[in-house]
Ligand binder design. Structure first.
Ligand code: AHR
Length: 506
């Protein structure tokens, strides 16, 4: 069931939104607003983790400013340690006294040597500090069933087992009770170049030995999912893996213009912008089609779709290591974030988690750091504005939107999603992706009986605008008043390339 129907986007001059009341609409899981931090470039080392001896204020080696920033968006979960890195990671190398930990070469990302000073305890303690659920993406590609199951035992078993005793020896008495486990990553590629049939069998084997060790939340096993539109991959996993062994199927899709020529993160043309948005909006088709396959094998909806890598991917910033994937973040990224999150909200019946790639200093980051300085990106502020949807009930919308046209091609200019929280407050998030034109949106709210409306906007003068270390507050959300509520219709005029979140109270 698609819960935001785009009924047409060719003729109309103004966007028309109709609220479809549906008491049975799903809850938008807060985990749709999840994040991903890989051992890649300056994501962990010299990103989140600066070490206990750093001059930069930190808690157990993790930057305090980042801890506060991530709490500020109520980060619901964090996926770690990869990515491609996950299938080269041997967890026992990252426990025990730091000085005794062996080094390793990060073969996927720049070939740098890592000293394993940020390991499982460091990560899980950080998640506790953040109030975020950890999502461990564990090694299948270069591991064994034994190594994998011992990992589960290490973090989940109460005590009186060899792995729980080892954990206690390393200073952690109580288990962490990790619910979310990824069974390998991108098994069609860096995880082992497997066929779906082969991986489905391997998955069954690993999943069989994953025990929740009486964790009250159970264990939630996520199969490595399809690359973009590889529908065959989803079909085979859904067909070949028994429902008793799986809770989620993943999907990875990045907004990228061309893998061989990704274009600059900041100095892009409108042509590149249009292409990026075309790629980002393709998520609607992807989620719809993967969901349809899942519906076929799982009409009861027992297995969730987990979009555990998404975001914009451009060329690295000049002068930075090409293996570190460091890129700036502009209003274009705000457009990707706003539209993608609307898509996930509208598909929240099947999509129960998504993880933006990646948290700090890598790809579409929410924060960038340089020495002691840290900045929050436009993407960060979209996530902050959209916090209101966490665990709220979806309000299905019917949307009729004008086009954003460029070089004879059209995209829907307006993207929208809405929800109602436990207190009955309604939130509607709107994105106008048009690079040149403001757009008027009319929302029929007659049935909602709204009396008080307020709004926030993220907007800027140029699409290429961004926050820099010199000017970190260039782009921040502001109060927005360019709307009127008259006779049951809410009329809003949204500037070009802007995100607006409306709040309506009775
Ligand atoms: O996020 C960067 C990389 O993209 C991940 O390591 C991998 O899973 C994907 O291909």
């Amino acid at each position: 069931m698609v819960l935001c129907t785009i009924v047409g986007f060719s003729q109309t001059k103004e966007a028309i939104i109709t609220i479809e009341n549906n008491e049975d609409a799903p809850i938008i899981s807060k985990h749709i607003y999840g994040h991903f931090a890989e051992h890649l470039g300056r994501s962990i080392y010299d990103g989140l983790y600066v070490g206990e001896d750093s001059k930069i204020p930190n808690t157990n080696g993790v930057r305090n400013d980042l801890i506060e920033a991530l709490k500020g968006i109520q980060i619901p979960n964090l996926r770690w340690p990869g990515g491609c890195f996950a299938d080269t990671y041997h967890w026992k190398d990252g426990i025990g006294p730091k000085e005794d930990r062996p080094s390793m070469v990060n073969r996927w990302w720049g070939g740098v040597v890592e000293d394993n000073s940020f390991g499982t305890h460091d990560f899980l303690n950080l998640c506790e500090k953040l109030g975020a659920e950890p999502y461990l993406a564990a090694n299948v590609g270069s591991s064994t069933v034994q190594e994998f199951t011992e990992y589960v035992e290490y973090v989940m078993h109460k005590g009186g087992s060899p792995m729980a005793d080892l954990r206690k020896e390393h200073g952690r008495e109580k288990p962490w009770n990790v619910k979310y486990w990824g069974v390998g990553n991108e098994m069609w590629g860096c995880g082992g170049n497997m066929t779906p049939e082969y991986y489905a069998n391997i998955y069954r084997q690993y999943a069989t030995f994953m025990t929740d060790w009486s964790n009250s939340d159970g264990i939630y096993r996520i199969a490595s999912g399809a690359n973009v539109d590889d529908y065959h991959w989803t079909e085979v996993l859904m067909r070949d893996i028994p429902k008793s062994l799986i809770e989620g199927v993943a999907l990875h899709s990045y907004s990228v213009i061309d893998w061989n020529d990704k274009g600059p993160a900041v100095d892009f043309t409108e042509d590149l912008y249009f292409k990026t948005m075309k790629s980002a909006l393709f998520m609607e088709e992807l989620v719809t089609k993967h969901t349809a396959i899942m519906d076929k094998y799982d009409p009861e909806g027992q297995i969730d779709l987990i979009v555990d890598e998404w975001g914009g991917w451009y060329d690295v910033e000049e002068g930075t290591n090409p293996g570190f994937l460091y890129q700036q973040n502009t209003m274009r990224d705000a457009m990707i974030a706003g539209t993608s999150l609307n898509i996930f909200n509208n598909h929240s019946k099947r999509v129960k988690m998504a993880n933006l790639a990646q948290t700090v200093n890598v790809l579409q980051a929410v924060a960038l750091t340089e020495g002691e300085k840290m900045l929050l990106t436009p993407t960060y502020f979209v996530l902050k504005m959209y916090n209101v949807h966490h665990d709220a009930q979806l309000i299905p919308l019917k949307l009729n939107t004008p086009n954003y046209s460029f070089n004879g091609e059209n995209l829907p200019a307006i993207s929208a999603s809405a929800s109602k929280n436990k207190e009955g407050v309604i939130h509607i998030s709107l994105v106008n992706i048009d690079a040149n034109k403001e757009n008027t949106v009319r929302i029929n709210v007659a049935d909602s009986n709204l009396k008080k409306v307020s709004a926030t906007i993220l907007s800027s003068k140029a699409l290429q605008d961004h926050n820099s270390f010199e000017s970190p507050k260039n782009i921040v959300p502001k109060e927005f008043t360019n709307f009127k509520l008259k006779k049951g219709t809410l009329e809003i005029t949204i500037p070009a390339f802007s995100v607006v979140v409306l709040e309506g109270k009775k």
